[in-house]
Write a protein that binds this ligand. Structure first.
Ligand SMILES: [Mg+2]
Length: 371
């Protein structure tokens, strides 16, 4: 089998890539968020090198692309482009074998995937306004963990360099409301988007301790691991790190230095399905759980589900109900099914999903071809 053509498709914050073969199989991949540079790399660097190659040699392609990035370093747009291509190659392999990708990763360790909800605003539900009702609503659907980020507004006011005691109290108000409404029935993940300096992060982390939140995510930038070690030592709550890191090489010192107790790669940023599986295995050797970041495009749900199904050390998978509602059958042919707080495993060979045919004909969708 040979790769004959690669398309990149830009829509909203998603960049999709389709790899076509001379045997009629087409693999779908995705990356997202500021993905124009990734698209350029696929069109000018990685794509031309893949044309004419055997798509089933996934490991070889990953390593060759990684080596191609030597001149610039492997992070950023390079790794996002590689992630999209890697996912598309796995989709082809699955279709060629007639098996779902999770089967080719060693088989399913679980028959459904426990999820939490990242609480982007929905009609009538906003965690800054009615976190208590949000929690009750999620519980009624069987979802028992939620993620909120009520401190971001305060970080913007001071550049993340100061938080007053009254603001600290106000930031914790949604947490208080959730506990008052549903007690310990709801796990609460606190997201900070790396907006704080170390001093503020310690103060904020310690203020959360009485509420036993599930984790503190990305409190500071992950660039300086010495600062992160300090933060980890200053709170008894577990730190989660981070969709901002790419490849196993970036995650290894976070584990070695006992910074993160929950490992959170993004399959479409960290290096694709190949690399996400390796990062998860690395975490397993440190007795650490993985909670994949999954707040992107529709393909990310499927790619994440395949890896999540196949690893023993999965904690939870992120989902965003506010996003799921946007992916109607005009965008994808296969719905993402979440029932009783769990995502169903994808069905069918490969990723088990397709973009809708009508989508590619829309005016706001731009398709470019590498041949
Ligand atoms: Mg995050």
């Amino acid at each position: 089998m040979r790769i004959t053509r690669i398309e990149t498709i830009s829509y909203g914050w998603s960049l999709w890539v389709r790899i076509h073969t001379d045997e009629g199989l087409t693999g779908l991949g995705e990356t997202y968020l500021h993905s124009d540079p990734a698209r350029t790399l696929i069109e000018n660097l990685f794509g031309p090198a893949l044309i004419g190659q055997n798509p089933l040699a996934i490991e070889a392609h990953w390593r060759r692309m990684f080596d191609q990035t030597n001149f610039a370093g492997s992070r950023g747009a390079e790794m996002r482009a590689m992630s999209a291509l890697d996912i598309a190659l796995w989709d082809i392999l699955g279709q060629a074998c007639g098996r779902p990708i999770y089967q080719l990763l060693g088989g399913a360790v679980r028959d459904r995937i426990k999820v939490y909800n990242t609480c982007g605003a929905e009609p009538g539900l906003d965690f800054l306004v009615n976190a208590d009702e949000f929690a009750q609503n999620l519980l009624s659907k069987g979802i028992r963990a939620m993620k909120i980020w009520p401190f971001d507004g305060y970080a913007r006011q001071t550049g993340g360099h100061f938080i007053s005691l009254p603001d600290l109290k106000k930031g914790l108000e949604p947490v208080r409301k959730i506990r008052a409404a549903v007690g310990d029935e709801m796990e609460i993940a606190m997201e900070f988007h790396s907006m704080w300096d170390l001093q503020c992060a310690v103060r904020i982390a310690q203020a959360h301790e009485e509420f036993n939140v599930m984790w503190l995510e990305d409190m500071i930038h992950p660039e300086n691991l010495e600062a992160y070690e300090h933060l980890a030592a200053a709170t008894r709550l577990p730190l989660t790190v981070s969709e901002r890191l790419q490849t196993r090489y970036a995650f290894l010192p976070v584990m070695q230095r006992k910074i993160a107790r929950i490992i959170m790669p993004d399959v479409e940023w960290c290096g694709g399905i190949s690399e996400a599986k390796k990062i998860a295995t690395l975490a397993e050797t440190f007795n650490l759980p993985v909670a994949f970041h999954n707040f992107g495009g529709p393909v990310l749900n499927f790619a994440s589900a395949h890896v999540a199904a196949s690893i023993p050390n999965l904690m939870l998978l992120e989902t965003g109900r506010c996003l799921l509602n946007q992916w109607t059958d005009e965008v994808i042919e296969t719905p993402i099914v979440i029932e009783d707080g769990h995502m169903k495993l994808p069905e069918g060979p490969g990723l088990g999903m397709r973009l809708s045919d009508g989508l590619l004909r829309r005016d706001d969708v731009e398709v470019l071809v590498v041949e």
